[in-house]
Design a protein around this ligand. Structure first.
Ligand code: DHB
Ligand code: FE
Length: 300
């Protein structure tokens, strides 16, 4: 059976991709950002999965205001890096996993989550920048990737609770795939940032670090936070953080697996029952954004 081994959470700032592509990673502005991922690149090398299920948002690149799927799963064999206005990034083509993606689509849709199935799609910085941060600049990405695009660009975005529950459905789907695949689930975007209007440039370190604490310790409670709180506290683009709840929802707490009730309370899930925190990093600034990054490993 396939198994979710870990989850990775990271911002996906496009200027980070440009800094890598243009060889600027050691410049004083960028060095502390990339240093925060030194651990992660080694970890990725040591914990190479067969497939990454990569939750991100398309930034009006593959989709536009003409068509806005709330949740879209990429079932194609390959996905080209998108041209976002400066030509496609010089990164490898993303190789998909049509069999697992189709299985997840079938399982999740029949588990009452309506997904859009996408057989042809270019992938933008939301997907390629996280891959670059964790994998560096290889000739080919180290594993297959299933793109999973979430609408957080055009109101209304899905609720945190729906994202969290969807993550659980994705985990059930992966667990019922009959092949011994090691699967990671990644949640990208955030943390606090606002790219437009009078509050452009907004950063909220206290909100972001509290979000990380709660994502680790009490995600079910965090998932109840309404959209207006994200936007007020973390800026209009801070709403990207709901995608992190999909990846966290897919990570079983040991108590869930054992069927133990009543562990989720004010203090959240007991420490020993949670996924293991392998790495945590937070840095301001990178472009207009607070960069947050977590790696959680499954205990089950
Ligand atoms: C920036 C961050 C994003 O998440 C994004 O999608 C676009 C721009 C930024 O910080 O500039
Ligand atoms: Fe973004």
């Amino acid at each position: 059976m396939a198994r979710i081994t870990a989850s990775v959470f990271t911002s996906h700032v496009p200027a980070i991709g440009a800094a890598l592509d243009l060889g600027k990673t050691t410049e004083p502005y960028w060095q502390p950002v990339f240093q925060g991922y030194d651990f992660s690149r080694q970890w990725m090398h040591d914990n190479k999965p067969d497939v990454i299920f990569l939750v991100y948002n398309d930034h009006a690149t593959a989709f536009s205001l003409e068509m806005i799927p709330t949740f879209a799963i990429g079932t194609a064999a390959a996905f080209a890096p998108a041209d976002e206005g400066w030509g496609p990034r010089p990164v490898p083509t993303v190789i998909g996993h049509p069999e697992l993606a189709s299985h997840i689509a079938q399982s999740v849709i029949q588990d009452d989550f309506d997904l859009t199935i996408v057989n042809k799609m270019d992938v933008d910085h939301g997907l390629t920048v996280p891959l670059s941060l964790l994998c560096g600049q290889p000739e080919a990405w180290p594993c297959a990737v299933i793109p999973f695009a979430v609408n957080v660009v055009q109101y209304p975005a899905p609720s945190g609770k729906r994202c969290f529950e969807l993550g659980k459905a994705i985990a059930r789907a992966v667990a019922s795939f009959d092949a011994p695949l090691r699967v990671q689930i990644w949640g990208t975007g955030g943390m606090s940032h606002q790219l437009q209007g009078p509050r452009a440039g907004l950063i909220n370190k206290e909100f972001d670090n509290n979000f990380l604490d709660r994502l680790i310790a009490d995600p079910a409670e965090l998932a109840r936070m309404p959209h207006i709180d994200y936007v007020r506290e973390a800026g209009s683009e801070g709403i990207e953080l709901v995608m992190w709840l999909i990846a966290r929802g897919a990570m079983a707490d040991v108590a869930d697996v054992a069927g133990v009730a009543g562990v989720a309370g004010v203090a959240g899930v007991a420490d020993g029952a949670r996924p293991r925190v392998a790495h945590r990093f937070y840095h301001v600034p990178a472009s207009n954004t607070a960069v947050g990054h977590l790696i959680l490993e499954s205990r089950t």
